[in-house]
Design a protein around this ligand. Structure first.
Ligand SMILES: O=c1ccn([C@@H]2O[C@H](COP(=O)(O)OP(=O)(O)O[C@H]3O[C@H](CO)[C@@H](O)[C@H](O)[C@H]3O)[C@@H](O)[C@H]2O)c(=O)[nH]1
Length: 513
């Protein structure tokens, strides 16, 4: 049948399918904020436990602007029990033991049917584009079933996903590749030598090979890619990546700038362990750029001995500090005893140290003018939190993409120092991790926080990056323009699938059957 008409002029409706993990849900909320602020409709797919965490951010987003497009959190029940997961285990940070990671991904993939039904029922407006996390490759089938265009969202840096793709295509990673031999990564715009595990071999265990294969297949079949980065930071990698993939790449970051100003006391999707106002008050009493902030994201586990070495190293370095220790880490009797009571770590450092047990208002702390450095695990969102705050970093990668991110920060951007972790730390046996001594921690903190030519150079470079990050998201900036392209993507895809006069008017649309 042949018919004619105009390309639908209604604003596009994006459906976001994030991986159920803080490092992916938070940027998905940021994408939602950006798209709705520009008039698009957004549905973010999540589950009850995650929806409860995101609700304050979602409420604020809905309330934020009268001219914004409609937003909603859609909750699908998460099938934890059928996959051997404890009830309520709906986020990667709730997984009680490493062998259950694979079960978690399988349970998430079982959302395919319910998501397809949900999307079929969504009207006014109906979905026009799926943006599915790289770790939700099962969503490719949903888009195919419904005939929707699909973009892949990558949580990590562009350098990471480019390196992974290139190394994989050259047979340097994957089954049969030498595990420990370092090699130069072909096809990346920087000379980077890495081991297979650092490239990264995401979960680094054979059981995940199937998942990694489906991630690559879903990427190969996608209509394009969305990245949380910006041209000044990674334009060279993004160009190489787009060319290698042969698909449009949209660099719309840093996403954390989309909501930073509005989060205030709401925080960014965690169960806040501390009052943001109290943090800000504490920071305000410190000198400009004097405080070092230490946090390792949402998924790392730092063993008790290492927590203690970090704390004592910070105390010895002399700078005021904010040290975030996860609830699971504080649960260790060794850590609890060292921290608390008369003569305990907190008591000894009550003037110059703040310990946060649990989820911190990280974006608010890092952007405070009293903060001058960031000890980070190099999770990509944390790297960008640091970049947008103009902070030099002490890089302490643990696993996954964090080693490539460290290379970007230390070797390419030159805004950070390397604490010296030799290779990915094991998921399976966290106690086998390489211990960094208190003296090494102290040296690293002093090298970033104390004066000196190199420290000053790093600070200046970091300040320049922050300025460029701001410019990228302002009207006319590179990320703003890429967001424009993203907003037009569903209708252009629609045009490309038919005969179009190039001015947005659809001349003929052939409908099968
Ligand atoms: O107390 C905290 C801890 C974290 N955050 C926020 O939580 C996010 C954490 O994300 P990220 O820094 O990327 O770390 P992970 O949670 O470890 O993220 C996972 O996902 C990232 C994106 O794919 C990867 O880069 C990481 O390696 C992977 O561990 C950031 O937005 C932080 O601002 C807080 O607000 N408060």
């Amino acid at each position: 049948m042949v018919t004619s008409g105009s390309v639908p002029s209604a604003p596009p409706h994006f459906v976001l399918v994030p991986l159920l993990a803080q490092g992916h849900l938070i940027p998905a909320m940021d994408i939602a904020a950006l798209l709705t602020a520009r008039g698009a409709a957004v549905t973010l797919i999540t589950t009850p436990v995650n929806a409860a965490r995101l609700r304050p951010l979602a409420d604020r987003l809905v309330a934020s602007s009268s001219h914004s497009g409609p937003f909603r959190l859609a909750e699908l029940p998460f099938p934890a029990a059928p996959f051997g997961l404890p009830e309520g285990c709906e986020n990667l940070d709730l997984i009680p033991s490493p062998p259950l990671y694979l079960s978690f991904f399988r349970a998430a993939a079982a959302l395919r049917g319910p998501l397809t039904s949900l999307l079929r029922s969504l009207q006014a407006p109906p979905p026009s584009c799926l943006v599915a996390d790289m770790f939700s490759p099962w969503a490719a089938d949903v888009a195919a079933d419904l005939g929707l265009p699909r973009l892949v969202f990558h949580g990590p840096s562009c350098l990471t996903v480019l390196s992974f793709l290139s190394a994989q295509r050259h047979g340097l990673i994957g089954p049969g590749a030498a595990a420990a031999e370092p090699f130069e990564i072909p096809g990346v715009p920087h000379r980077i030598t890495a081991t297979r595990a650092e490239v990264p071999g995401w979960f680094n265990v054979p059981a995940f090979e199937e998942l990694l294969r489906s991630i690559l297949e879903a990427e190969a079949a996608a209509d394009g890619v969305v990245l949380n980065t910006f041209e000044f930071l990674e334009g060279d990698s993004a160009a190489a990546y787009g060319a290698m993939l042969g698909k449009p790449v949209h660099c719309i970051g840093p996403l954390c700038l989309s909501t930073k100003d509005s989060v205030g006391n709401v925080g960014r999707g965690g169960d806040a362990a501390v009052d943001t106002g109290r943090c800000v008050e504490w920071l305000a009493a410190k000198n400009p750029r004097s405080v070092i902030y230490v946090s390792f994201g949402s998924l790392t586990y730092v063993p008790p001995k290492q927590v203690i070495e970090i704390g004592e190293g910070l105390a010895a370095a002399g700078a005021p500090f904010v040290f975030v220790i996860k609830k699971s880490e504080v649960a260790s009797p060794e850590v609890a005893q060292w921290l608390s009571g008369e003569g305990g770590f907190e008591d000894r450092n009550k003037e110059k140290g703040m310990v946060i047990r649990g989820w911190a208002p990280q974006a608010v702390i890092l952007s405070h003018p009293s903060v001058g450095g960031f000890v980070t695990h190099c999770g990509w969102n944390s790297v960008l939190d640091g970049v947008t705050a103009g902070l030099p970093a002490i890089c302490w990668p643990h696993f996954a993409d964090q080693f490539m991110n460290k290379r970007l920060v230390v070797d390419v951007l030159r805004t950070g120092v390397d604490v010296g972790i030799k290779g990915p730390l094991s998921y399976v046996d966290p106690n086998s991790v390489q211990l960094v001594t208190r003296q090494e921690v102290e040296r690293a903190v002093r090298s970033v926080m104390d004066g000196g030519e190199e420290a000053e150079e790093r600070r200046q470079k970091a300040a320049k990056l922050a300025e460029e990050a701001r410019k990228a998201v302002e009207e006319g900036g590179s990320s703003y323009r890429d967001l424009d392209r993203l907003l037009q993507f569903p209708s252009q895809k629609y045009c490309n699938a038919a005969y179009c006069n190039g001015a947005g008017t659809l001349l003929y649309l052939t409908i099968a059957g």
